[in-house]
Every structure is written in C-alpha cells, then in structure tokens.
Design a protein around this ligand. Structure first.
Ligand SMILES: Cc1cc2nc3c(=O)[nH]c(=O)nc-3n(C[C@H](O)[C@H](O)[C@H](O)COP(=O)(O)OP(=O)(O)OC[C@H]3O[C@@H](n4cnc5c(N)ncnc54)[C@H](O)[C@@H]3O)c2cc1C
Length: 606
C-alpha cells in the first residue's frame, strides 16, 4: 500500500463552511489541537454563496421582534415537525452569535442610526435578516476565516474524507485523500464534528456546487448514526432557468424582499390566488399593501410572494403546468417594476442586489433593472440529515457531532430563508464546544490498522477496474440525478418513488463496476467514482423516507396524498444502517412541545 500521512487532533472538524469554521473556532478556544478539513480551498464552501442574510431577532428595524416570534415562525415554517428544543435554542442564541460576528469584524449594512440593518424574508413576521447587500455569506466566511486563522487551527485543504473509524463504539478517526496527488491521509481524533453541508447534487437541477454529494450524512450513516427527516428536501422557488448552462443557479429571495413580484405569461400576480389558511391573517390581499410592507410600513402585511418556499415553488409549478409559464419553463420575477414607485429605482436595485444584477447581466445578458427575470424551482437545501442531541449536537454515535446543513431537526419540513446561516453560527458554536469537552474527557482512541488498510484498498478499486473496462462514473451520476429529479422531485407519488428505490439498487450495482482510468494524481473521474457511494446513500434515504410518509408537508409534496395527516404530523422518519448493511426505516414520535412554548406558538398564530 502506498504511503499515507497521519495527523493527530483533539477535535477534527470535517467541513469548512460556516458551521465547520464556527465549530473549529469554539473547539480551539478551549486550548485543544483542532484540525479542519475541506474538499476545496478554504473559503470556497457553500456558505460563501449565501446571499440574503442571517435571521436573528435583533429587533433593529422592528422593535416588536423577539426570540419568541422567531421561534414561532420557525416552527410554523417547519410545519411543526421541527425539534422544538433546537428551534428554541436557535431563536434565543442567534442574536448573540450575529453580534459576535460583528465584533469579529463583519461589516453589515446599517440602519440610519448605525445598527445592523435587517431585511424582510419569506415566513419571517418582521424584518429579521442581518445582511451585507446580497453577499452575506462572503462576509460571514471572511470574518470566520480571519478569526479562525489566528487560533492556530490546522487546515487541510482539498482533502476528501471517505470513512470514519470507531473504537468500542465511539468515533476516533477518519480517512481521506488529498485531491491533487491522491495520497491518503489518516486523522486520529478524540472527537469529530461533521459540517459537510448538503446533498443538492443528488438532483439534476440544483443551486448547490459540485461538493454537495451528501458526504457527511453518508459518513455518519456508515458509522451507525441515525439520519432523520430525509424526505424533506427544499426546492427553492427561484433558480435561473435560462440559458441551460446556468439552470438552477439561485436567485435570492432578497429580490422578493425588496419588492420583486412573480407573474405568469398573462402578466398576472398569481401568488394572490392561493394563500394558505394559516398564513391568511398575515398576508396582504392586494398589491398596494404588499408593496408598502416591503418598504417598511409596519401596518402592512407581507406580499404573498414572501410565503414559505415550499408553497411558492408549488404555485410556480402549477402555473408552468397550466401553460402559463415563461418561454423557458419558468415564470417571471420582476423587480424592474419598482421604477413606477421609486425615483432612482435602477440605482436602488444595483445597491440592494448587486450580485443578482451582475449574475443576470453576465450569465443571461439581462438587465434586471429594466426587464423581468425568468425563474423556476431549484433543489436548494436538505432539512433532513444527521440526528443530533439538540443541546450538544452529538449524533447517535458517541464522539461524533454534526452541525449546519448536514444536521437535522431545527427546520422540520421546511426551512425559512436566513435560518441556515444562523443555524451554522448557533449550532456550530455548540458542536465545537461540546466536541472539545468530549475529547478532553475521553482522550483519543485506537484506530484499527486493518480497517484502514481495507478502506484504502477499496478506494483504489475504480482504478484497478479501468484496465478491464467498467462503467463510466459520470454516466451513473448523471442518470441518478435525472431519475431523482423526475421521480422524487417537487411533486411525488408512490409509484415513482418505488421505481426510484428500484433504480437506485441498479445504480448501486453499476457503481460497484465504476472505473477510473489514469492514476491517482488530478483524477476527477476517480473522485466521482468514490462520490457515488454517498450520492446513492442519500438518494436512497430520501426516496425511502419520502415513500413512507403518506401525506404532504413542507418540502415533501405528494399528489396521491395532497393533504397533511394528523398521524404523520406526529412522526419523524428515521433511517439507519441495519446489521446486514441494508437501510432500515422507522417512524418515531416528534418530540412534544412543552406547554409554555406551545403557548408562544399559539399566540403567534394570529
Ligand atoms: C446560492 C445559495 C444562497 C444561499 N443563501 C442563503 C441565505 O441568504 N441565508 C441562509 O440562511 N442560507 C442560505 N443558503 C443556504 C446556506 O448557504 C447553506 O445551507 C449553508 O451555507 C451550509 O453551510 P455548512 O457550513 O453547513 O456547509 P457548507 O458551507 O456547505 O460547507 C461544507 C464544507 O464541507 C466540506 N466537505 C464536504 N464534504 C466533505 C468531505 N467528504 N471531506 C471533507 N470536506 C468535505 C466542503 O468542502 C465545505 O468546506 C444559500 C445557499 C445557496 C446555495
């Protein structure tokens, strides 16, 4: 076997997005030796792409905001299958985490009196998103990196982790390879935090980058951890639809927050046609009121374009299916119309939405200050993921923690915009803190050399197979993405999902024959062959969980069960690896909300 490098850390953090960086900073605060691994260059995580902002009840723009309202909004947005304790911690601690980020140097947009400015976003009752134009994620990553760099964290860039190792039931190590030279790297650690982000690349149309192949969810699952809520995938209503090369790229909800409206090809604002009962009291019933809301009128109710993402995405699909869509299969999102309302509208749009202006100008040749954009749903986020203890973020495997998008519980069936960046800060901090404590209390463990050697041999198989032909890993990946989009996408039904489960078994058989010609250096075909295991695992978890939930809720919509079910509304779907290696599924009760918090939810329904 070829040489391998070995590293020792008290805490190893896998993933250097917002959650991983925040966890690493906290873990190192206790004085422990911390390692941070990421697939690409430091600073290039998904978090950097975040546009709209960070949700926190700072009450800078509307004094009525408070953690209780944020908590109730999050629970309602998640359709009450969220873990109440995570939603409570998140709403209570987000303001402190945002102020801390500011203290570390983040330069937010300002109110006239110099406080952090907050903007409107879907499902949030008051303007709540702290932001930096539409480049909030960039500022967040920059700040966390600057802060983290001075803590002496060891950063291992362009390294993909493929397997975890346990000693007596607890996690003690991880094996990866460096993406340039293909050399193996073994990490021994007292505790491991997974912060690897999402699964968007399991679908054909996505706002996610190449890195989001469900690695963390799979690493945890393979190590014996529970995954929950995997049926809840968020299809963001507004992705670019044209030209084909940019299909799926996100168009931030901030456009609608700034007054952008959705229209069909008849010029109609169709979102007024379908306002869910539980949002009627808080939603404008005419365009004038909706506009006033976006301009900060506290007496006005929000426009229906700012209803939750799952609902808006389905309304768009309805218009497209009914033949009222835009030329390239989407609908129109119009921010240019605000020139009827504001004197210097074009400058205003460029100032508030600089990236969107640039994105459409560069990629589609469209000036959004002058004409509408064409948009349609895109796979954006996964609410499901690794089951964690709400306070410590430890998974069901001792010593293994998870934070950020790869963890689950906070968002229930649907995530509100802005609640991810706050999730990363709040639970990244907690995961780092608890992982450091765990490592201190338990020390390191023994990594079994035979297991490591076996994992290394398995990693090399795609190259060994190349001499005798084998399957092209890209072809398998592409077919899988197409089938997931078609069979387990925005609108689902039993027959399609069962067909998907069946097809995934066939893909698994093909993946076992995936071959990568060439050697270990700079070999993306080999990397893709290894990614297939992760994509197949999360795809199967999504398809099986979705087929088992015989109702529609949040991001999970079934045409054969279009309504919510009281029975399923009390159940969380869990998947775990069985003794024979097959995926086992179980429904367990959603944790019951304590009476005092239930009262907060009820009061905020009005
Ligand atoms: C275009 C876009 C705009 C968004 N806008 C907003 C917004 O305005 N507000 C909001 O709240 N949310 C937003 N989101 C969602 C939010 O950005 C993400 O959910 C969040 O950034 C995820 O952060 P994370 O730290 O969990 O993971 P990421 O930021 O996704 O980082 C994951 C890290 O894990 C590493 N990694 C993955 N697999 C491995 C492996 N096998 N080995 C080693 N390293 C690995 C990656 O290299 C990366 O460093 C947006 C998302 C997108 C795509």
């Amino acid at each position: 076997m070829t040489e391998r490098q070995t590293f020792e850390h008290d805490v190893l953090v896998i993933g250097a997005g917002g959650a991983g960086l925040r966890a690493a900073i906290e873990a190192s605060a206790g004085g422990g030796k911390v390692g941070l691994v990421c697939k690409s260059l430091l600073g290039k995580a998904h978090t950097v792409m975040a546009e709209g902002g960070i949700a926190a009840a700072l009450a800078n723009v509307d004094a009525r905001d408070q953690w209780q309202v944020h908590f109730a909004d999050t629970m309602r947005g998640g359709q009450y299958v969220n873990h109440w304790r995570m939603a409570q911690i998140h709403a209570q601690e987000a303001p402190a985490r945002v102020r801390e980020l500011e203290a570390w140097g983040a330069v937010f947009d300002r109110t006239k009196d110099g406080r952090i400015l907050q903007r409107n976003f879907g499902g949030h009752r008051y303007p709540r998103l702290a932001h930096v134009g539409d480049r909030t994620g960039l500022e967040m990553i920059r700040t966390l990196q600057d802060h983290g760099i001075h803590r002496g964290i060891d950063v291992h860039m362009e390294c993909t982790i493929v397997q975890l190792f346990k000693d007596g039931g607890r996690v003690v190590g991880a094996l990866g390879y460096d993406r340039e030279r293909g050399r193996f790297r073994l990490f021994r650690a007292g505790a491991i935090v997974i912060a690897t982000g999402g699964i968007g690349r399991a679908f054909e149309i996505t706002s996610n980058s190449w890195e989001y192949t469900g690695d963390g969810q799979t690493l945890a699952y393979d190590a014996g951890a529970d995954l929950i809520d995997m049926e809840y995938v968020q299809f963001h209503p507004t992705g670019m639809v044209w030209p084909p090369s940019v299909r799926g790229i996100l168009v931030t909800e901030g456009v609608r927050g700034e007054g952008g409206v959705l229209r069909n090809n008849l010029g109609k604002r169709f979102m007024f046609d379908d306002i869910p009962d539980n949002y009627k009291a808080q939603t404008a019933d005419n365009p004038e009121e909706g506009w006033r809301y976006t301009q900060g009128d506290k007496q006005a109710r929000r426009p229906p374009e700012l209803l939750t993402r799952d609902h808006v995405a389905r309304c768009i699909m309805r218009e497209v299916k009914a033949g009222r869509g835009s030329p390239h299969g989407g609908v129109f999102l119009d921010i240019a119309w605000i020139k009827d309302k504001l004197p210097h509208a074009a400058e205003h749009i460029k100032k508030k939405l600089p990236s969107m202006y640039h994105q459409f100008k560069e990629l589609a040749g469209i000036d959004i200050t002058a004409v509408p954009m064409e948009v349609g749903p895109t796979t954006h986020y996964v609410m499901g993921g690794i089951r964690v203890d709400p306070d410590s973020q430890m998974s069901t495997v001792p010593g293994l923690f998870a934070a950020g998008e790869c963890a689950a519980g906070l968002h229930g069936a649907n995530r509100l915009g802005g609640n991810s960046l706050s999730d990363l800060l709040v639970f990244g901090q907690r995961a780092g803190d608890h992982a450091a404590r765990w490592a201190k209390a338990h020390g390191g463990g023994k990594v079994d050399e035979a297991e490591v050697a076996a994992a290394e041999r398995a990693m090399l198989l795609p190259m060994d197979r190349a001499s005798s032909g084998g399957e092209n890993p890209y072809a398998i990946q592409h077919a899988l993405q197409k089938d997931m989009q078609a069979l387990v996408g925005i609108v689902r039904n039993e027959a399609d999902m069962l067909a998907a489960v069946e097809k995934l078994q066939q893909f698994r058989a093909r993946a076992a024959k995936a071959a990568a010609p060439g050697n270990r250096e700079y070999n993306p075909g080999w990397h893709t062959a290894m990614d297939l295991h992760c994509l197949l695992t999360v795809a199967e978890a999504i398809a099986r969980s979705a087929a088992s939930r015989k109702e529609s809720r949040g991001g999970h919509f079934r045409e054969d069960f279009p309504d919510k079910s009281a029975t399923f509304g009390k159940l969380t779907t869990v998947v775990r690896r069985g003794g024979d290696g097959s995926m086992q599924l179980e429904h367990v009760p959603v944790p019951k909300v304590p009476a005092d918090l239930q009262q907060i939810i009820d009061e905020n329904q009005k």
